[in-house]
Ligand binder design. Structure first.
Ligand code: RB5
Length: 149
């Protein structure tokens, strides 16, 4: 399993802590698409980079972190085929996998403490998409994408 990770200048140390956690707890490869500098870095750049890596199957899933998770998550959701959940608790992270088949998780370094973030990551990485009745709605989301190219 390969996880693409991206961040802006607000979340440099936080991104490193989450990357180390995923490597140690899961043994997954973590590919860094974010900045490692404290210089201002525009979050759409790494949101887009991780999103494109996910839809092109360069990585299996993505994780994005900025101050709130909002800007970087919105950026990722502009890429066709991305379903990015922006959340700050494990329940939505889990359900977003089971019902919405999210392929990117976003959260905020200024919002979520690092231990809670690890719980969110655990919920999201271990939950599986249930398919069935949920697929029709995901197909409808795809139709929205196709109607608005
Ligand atoms: C950067 O100041 C901040 O706007 C960014 O990290 C993020 O919170 C945007 O959504």
């Amino acid at each position: 399993m390969k996880i693409g990770i991206g961040n802006d200048h607000v979340a440099v140390a936080y991104k490193k802590a989450i990357s180390d956690y995923i490597r140690e707890a899961y043994g997954y490869e973590v590919v860094n698409f974010g900045t490692d500098s404290s210089e201002r870095f525009d979050y759409p750049l790494s949101g887009k980079a991780v999103a494109q890596a996910v839809v092109s199957s360069q990585v299996d899933k993505g994780i994005l972190i900025c101050g709130t998770g909002v800007g970087i998550g919105i950026s990722a959701n502009k890429v066709k085929g991305v379903r990015c959940v922006i959340c700050s608790e494990p329940y939505s992270a889990k359900l977003s996998r089971e019902h919405n088949n999210t392929n990117i998780l976003a959260f905020g370094a200024r919002v979520v403490g690092i231990e809670l973030a690890k719980m969110i990551v655990d919920s999201w990485l271990t939950a599986e998409y249930e398919g069935g009745r949920h697929q029709k709605r995901l197909d409808m989301i795809e139709e929205i994408e196709d109607d608005n190219l």
